[in-house]
Design a protein around this ligand. Sequence first.
Ligand SMILES: [Ca+2]
Length: 486
Amino acid sequence: MKVIQIITVLAAFASSSAAGAKPNVLLILADDLNDWVGALTSHPNARTPNIDRLAGSGMLFRQAYAASPKCNPSRTALLLGLAPATTGIYDNGHWWRPHLPEAVALPEAFRRAGYHVAGGGKIFHHTAGFNPPDLWDEYFDLRFDDPWDRAGQAYPGIGPVRPPPGHPLAGMTPFRHELDWGSLPIRDADYGDARTVAWAADFLRQGRAQPFLLAVGLFHPHLPWYAPQEFFAAFEADQTVLPAAPADDLADVPAEGRRLAGRGAEVFEAIRAAGKWSEAVRAYAANIAFADALVGRLLDALEQSPHAGNTVVVFASDHGFHLGEKQHWYKSTLWERATHVPLVIRGPGVAPGSVCDRPVSLLDLYPTLLELAGVPAVSRLDGRSLTGLLADPDSEPNRHAGITYLRGNHAVRRGRWLYIRYRDGGEELYDREADPHELANLADSEGRSDVKRALGELLPRENAAAAPLKNAYVFDAKAYSWVPKP
Ligand SMILES: [Ca+2]
């Protein structure tokens, strides 16, 4: 039965336009968007009517996880189809291309299959050296909303720029780059993501002979949280619901977990000490709402385009974000808040408004998109195609999702369980059905050894050596080349 259903989905994709032309793919990635998405109903300040509209027209994966809770390892895993434990790309400091020159990135795989491949905004990690231009037929570079904070080698092409009057707008002492929020004195259309979306909408309006892969990367709701005033105005300050953040939550967390949480603790403390926790949560929610409106513009452009009936749409975020949970600010942890992401796939043959509750990984997107587009895989892939779940979301009951942050720190989600094992052997086990905020670590509780053993079997068997750090190379931004330092 299942095989027949999968064939039905694939056939629906193949026959969705005249003469069995290959479907187009629109891949939309948000940045640092956790599961505060209305369709996931996990936070009362989540207001995402457009993402919800997309979910209503496709399949919403309610248990989707990033391969890693940080931009570069997550995006590299998604775009190479290879897990961090396979590549050694564990953090933002590792350039992937000089370390893995043979890797076939997703745009390249589509290009080899005859697709026109276009990208805009943030698809790979956003500092210099992560987005080789030879991967794309065309690319619309990310425009930053805070260029005054980005001048220099890490962000080529940005000269000295003055910040706007009143900066930092949130009134926080800018003890850390990017920690600011508010509305800039610019037009809505001049925000960087709005420009990316305008470019993408223009791309979609054009008819073309070749099928296309269009990857659109929104920088929102990544910090700094700058958005047009209307999105802030939509959230009354007193309606903000603060995350659960018990002060003693880390008491039963092992040392490596406390270390990872501790990296964002002082920022959280500073925000709280300034009396701005609620204001910051509101700013994050407002930036999600802005990102959602931009998703709506993309969906509208697609619907009005000649490609409306023959385009697979995928929406995801690269990982989540803590706003005080576990006394942490930012990402870089193995808990749900940093790893759980929205994922929606819409396309011919996918039941509108369907929901899948199996744990899946963003690693699964690469094989899924190849299969839906009828593009053969040319290299090893660590993910598992989602086409079986797209046909029957209740199939594959034993699926799990693995997450890695830094070498040897792993988590696995399966069924009701989150199991974490750090490189020093420290463990956490949470029953997410009984304990959705992950407050009680059951790893040392009696009677849990069988569960831990079963979940431990799913952790990666190999932990690739970490890729060299950036300072091992001289990067030439003009030639887009890397020369190892002697
Ligand atoms: Ca990110």
